[in-house]
Design a protein around this ligand. Structure first.
Ligand code: ADP
Ligand code: MG
Length: 725
């Protein structure tokens, strides 16, 4: 019997290959290439007639609609620029509910009728596209007879040229909506929620004496964690290839316990990859800034400078696309799955969130004067109200089958959404709660409009890594989002729940002022009432502890452990009313997102279950049987020779082998059973029946991995995938 398992072939291939080193040009300044492939404001200013440029600027800054005459001029300049950059095609890029990025490519060339073709690109083609997009999830928003979706240019997100060895493409970031104007994507609601939040924030700013304040925008700085594995291993793991995570694999003898990887030296090959990705990101105008090793072996992180939420989320998608492509070039695969390796630290995408504008700056930054502090505290209090009232929505914004493996697994925040304020700010709000509306300054109470805040620490030591939503000195860091998901989802929720909370603040303050209440006193009253109504969401302790689970329940905080628990949050009467009121989603759109959420969950678990069945039956089981046969024939040979045979190894292998067979049979019927359920019931069935059946198969297989002869074991091990880079 000869066997050359894929795993051994992969190891040999990794050993034999020396990937081309990334040739870094030390003479090149990063500034030289930054934004080189972006049709930026600077490029537009150079190439567009003044009046056209001004009109585009107004559209961007004031969110005004784009004048069709202007669109033609912009399209023409954009086409010339793109052709100079080697583009042969253009694509409307959009962000369907799969969470991925979709593109529809069209050639610039139009046949003229005399056998030749001319490069053409009109304002209309720039502004609107009509992909036949019936295969994108829509949760019932589109029937097939009206399958067309429309894409529309988001002027606020610049077009860019994406390079490809086979020809470059002009990419135009767009929204994606149905014939009836309902959102089928992640960008449309970002733009809508952004407007809603801005309108309410401006009311609050006006109360603080800022006349006709500028639009307020949400800023987002997404930190991205990821794993790299050698392509040879990746291709020898059908589970990684098809599901993005390992469905089998025993924990390596050397895990992350040594803590030697975090912020350790970056391996040379990975450094080459990082330099290459940064260069590509710079060309696209993406301000990648920090890079370091993460907790787990093979795990790394990249963080860009924060940008407007809308642009940041487009850039974030583009970053993932770039990382995947560049990794391949370097003979590696970039894994964004939240939990590619069980028992090893998973990956998140921390979303740093603040709001502000160029006049008043960052509204979550404590100021220097009592008046500025009062304003800061109102915006902070709004966050507290928002997160307390709508924690369930924040939870569902990070819910996915893949993130379920990470949340609450003592490496990521729990599924309970609470706020960490840090000692000083928590103390400030304590004082406010005690101080009430009295004018007399008691010991230890802070008077709004009179006292300045104590220095709020930005010391990273003060950070609470176990909190899902932490104040970090000038922003909140939402730590629950998964590494695979778009940041648009959380940004939509944050903007919308902030719109509601700021609306509340503005309404209360406006009424008090109209009643003749002193403004500082009105602010003090507002803060006191918010903190007494919503202070329960503030938690500075250890979010990983058992006690917190109990305490959170006593405080009335939701603990939505899984996606299946979280999804119904999208369609509660309160949620429907909230989104309708601020014009972010109508009821149909909310229901469609709920349906798509269920569909994605069921599909993900379904694919994984089928893969587990397939790999278990065709890869693991045969290897184990071969080894069992080898052991059995060894026993038989010894017995025939009259030698006493030790059968303990044979028995040790036979037990998990029997369990594996039983597990596979049980999984097979579990998969069958899914068809008897529908909707959220089917999702619950997947969680409660299919996932445990997969786990049972895995348990037996992982035990066999520790028993079967190494030269027969077919799947690259954790050890190999994590440590060979
Ligand atoms: P850490 O690991 O300490 O959280 P990083 O430097 O890795 O810090 O990431 C911090 C992220 O927060 C960066 O993307 C940064 O641009 C972003 N950020 C900084 N200030 C703000 C802000 N005011 N609003 C939104 N994001 C911000
Ligand atoms: Mg961080």
């Amino acid at each position: 019997m000869t066997s050359n398992p894929a795993r051994l072939q992969a190891i040999a291939a990794v050993q034999a290959c020396t990937p081309p080193p990334f040739t870094f040009d030390p003479g090149e300044e990063p500034g030289e290439i930054f934004g080189e492939n972006v049709f930026s404001l600077t490029v537009m200013q150079k190439r567009l007639p003044k009046s056209v440029y001004r009109s585009v600027l107004t559209t961007i800054e004031k969110s005004a609609p784009l004048d069709p005459a202007v669109a033609d001029a912009v399209a023409s300049a954009m086409k010339d620029w793109a052709l100079e950059k080697g583009a042969t095609h253009y694509a409307h890029v959009f962000y369907p509910l799969t969470g991925l990025t979709a593109e529809k490519h069209d050639s610039f060339l139009d046949p003229v009728g005399d056998g030749t073709a001319l490069a053409s690109f009109s304002g209309k083609t720039l502004v609107q596209g009509e992909p036949d997009a019936s295969s994108f999830p829509n949760g019932g928003l589109r029937n097939t007879f009206e399958a067309r979706g429309y894409t529309g240019w988001d002027v606020m997100s610049p077009a860019y040229v994406l390079e490809n060895p086979n020809g470059n493409t002009l990419c135009i970031p767009t929204i994606f909506i149905s014939m009836t104007g309902e959102a089928l994507d992640h960008k449309t609601p970002v733009l809508r929620s952004q407007q809603a939040m801005s309108a309410q924030a401006k009311r609050v700013l006006s109360l603080f004496g800022h006349e006709e304040p500028e639009n307020v925008v949400a800023f987002c700085g997404p930190e991205q964690e990821y794993f790299l594995v050698d392509s040879h291993f990746f291709h020898a793991r059908p589970d990684l290839l098809n599901a993005g995570r390992t469905l089998f694999g025993a924990k390596p003898p050397k895990g992350q316990e040594f803590d030697d990887h975090y912020f350790g030296a970056i391996p040379e090959r990975v450094l080459g990859f990082m330099m290459d990705t940064e260069r590509e990101l710079f060309k696209l105008g993406i301000p990648a800034k920090t890079r370091h090793n993460e907790v787990a072996p093979g795990q790394f992180e990249v963080a860009p400078m924060f940008e407007r939420a809308n642009e940041a989320s487009d850039h974030q998608q583009l970053t993932m696309t770039t990382f995947r492509a560049v990794a391949k070039k370097h003979g590696m695969e970039c894994l964004f799955h939240e939990k590619p390796f069980a028992g090893v630290n998973g990956s998140g995408k921390h979303v740093n969130f603040s709001i502000g504008n160029s006049e008043q700056g960052n509204l979550l930054l404590p100021g220097d004067t009592p008046h500025e502090n009062a304003q800061f505290l109102v915006f902070c209090a709004a966050v507290i109200r928002a997160v307390h009232l709508y924690g369930g929505l924040l939870r569902v914004s990070v819910a996915s089958a893949s993130n379920d493996h990470r949340l609450g697994a003592n490496e990521a925040p729990p599924a309970i959404i609470s706020i960490f304020l840090g000692d000083q700010l928590a103390d400030v709000f304590d004082q406010i709660a005690k101080g009430g509306a009295t004018r007399s300054k008691e010991k230890g109470t802070l008077m709004i409009g009179v006292d300045t805040l104590p220095d709020l620490s930005k010391d990273p030591g003060d950070r609470n890594r176990t909190s899902p939503f932490a104040f970090t000195g000038n922003r909140f860091e939402f730590r629950a989002p998964g590494s695979l998901q778009t940041v648009a989802g959380p940004m939509v929720i944050l903007n919308t729940i902030m719109a509601e909370a700021l609306d509340h603040c503005a309404t209360v303050l406006e009424a008090a002022v109209a009643d003749g209440t002193d403004f500082d006193e009105a602010v003090q009253q507002l803060l006191t009432s918010i903190i007494s109504d919503h202070g329960a969401v503030i938690f500075n302790g250890n979010g990983y502890s058992e006690e917190w689970q109990v305490e959170a329940e006593q405080r009335g905080l939701k603990n939505l452990r899984t996606t299946v628990d979280a999804l119904p949050e999208l369609v509660t009467p309160e949620a429907l009313e909230l989104f309708e009121k601020y014009g972010v989603f109508n009821e149909r759109e909310m229901h469609s997102r709920y349906e798509v959420g269920i569909e994605q969950y069921v599909m993900t678990v379904g694919v994984e279950a089928n893969l587990t069945l397939e790999i278990g039956s065709t890869t693991v089981l045969p290897a184990a049987i071969r080894y069992q046969t080898e052991l059995a024939s060894n026993v038989a040979t010894l017995k025939a020779a009259g030698v006493e045979a030790d059968t303990s190894t044979l028995e040790a292998v036979t037990t998990p082998l029997t369990a594996l067979r039983a597990g596979l049979a049980a999984l097979s019927s579990a998969i069958e059973g899914a068809h008897e359920h529908e909707g959220i019931e089917e999702a619950a069935y997947c969680r409660d029946t299919v996932l445990p059946a997969m786990a049972a198969v895995r348990e037996a297989a992982d035990e066999l991995e520790g028993l079967v002869a190494d030269d027969l074991w077919p799947l690259p091990t954790y050890q190999e995938m994590l440590y060979i880079l």
